[in-house]
Design a protein around this ligand. Sequence first.
Ligand code: HEM
Length: 269
Amino acid sequence: MPGARKAPTKGQIRRRNLEVAVQYPLDWLEERSGLVGGVKYFLFRNVPADTNWMQTLGAATLTAFIVQAVTGVILAMYYQPTPQGAYPSIVNITDHLTLGWLVRGMHKWGASVFIILMFLHMGRVFLFGAYKYPRELNWIVGVLLLLTGMMEGFTGYLLPWDQTAYWASVVGINLNGTAPFLGPWLAQFLRSGQEISGDTLTRFYSLHMLLLPGAIAGLIGLHLYLVVRLGVTSPPWSPEAAGRDRPEEPSDLRQGLTQPAAHGGGGSE
Ligand code: HEM
């Protein structure tokens, strides 16, 4: 019959069913939380066209933190925070558990990678002048991240409870003790008493795996919220940073994440 619509093929039906199956839970979640829209906004927000590779250092730091969190959770399943159990449990992880050497190595070396990346990211922010108005608060949040990140390194170093760990912590705690006014109190707090003992190990463990990672995760959340709210700074050499209006983008430019509507044609039609 003229004008009759062709029946959909089996493949088309299967595809439509699949789309409905994927879409349904997303719609369910979006209707009740707005989360899907939030994630879309986060991923497809505009950034300056001349954004630079150096501006990926923050995301690299975030990745390093996630690696530390995941490997740390695995290590905590086998580590024993007692003077008798700590070192043998570290040896057990390294020598006997399947891929234990790898997980421990990733956590140990990853700690340095995390700190180094943080400094590189901070250097980038400084050189680009990205700490200036209106991003001063995000710089302050960054400074808190730097401090808590370094405290993670310090508290983690004692956990193997070997000679290196013990004496490095003696030095670190004594250094803190020389700070004006708060120093003696700080050293006492870190030692959890007059001397380094099993109590110190428990305290460092608690700080290392509960308080500090929790604080860092919360601060990263705030940091990223501010990045999204304030937008990413243009590199100092871009016309915008020099106070000039951006030239119109040439029309043959590949449309990418800066114009997400062009991708799926998903406008408001
Ligand atoms: C756990 C540590 C950190 C993480 C995961 C992190 C993550 C990020 C990410 C993903 C961005 C956006 C992309 C980029 O500019 O690279 C950013 C921007 C920023 N970060 Fe960090 N950061 C950390 C530490 C720091 C530190 C130590 C500082 C400075 C003291 C800092 C100051 C800033 C500032 C001011 C911006 C805005 C830059 C702009 O608008 O161009 N961050 N951070």
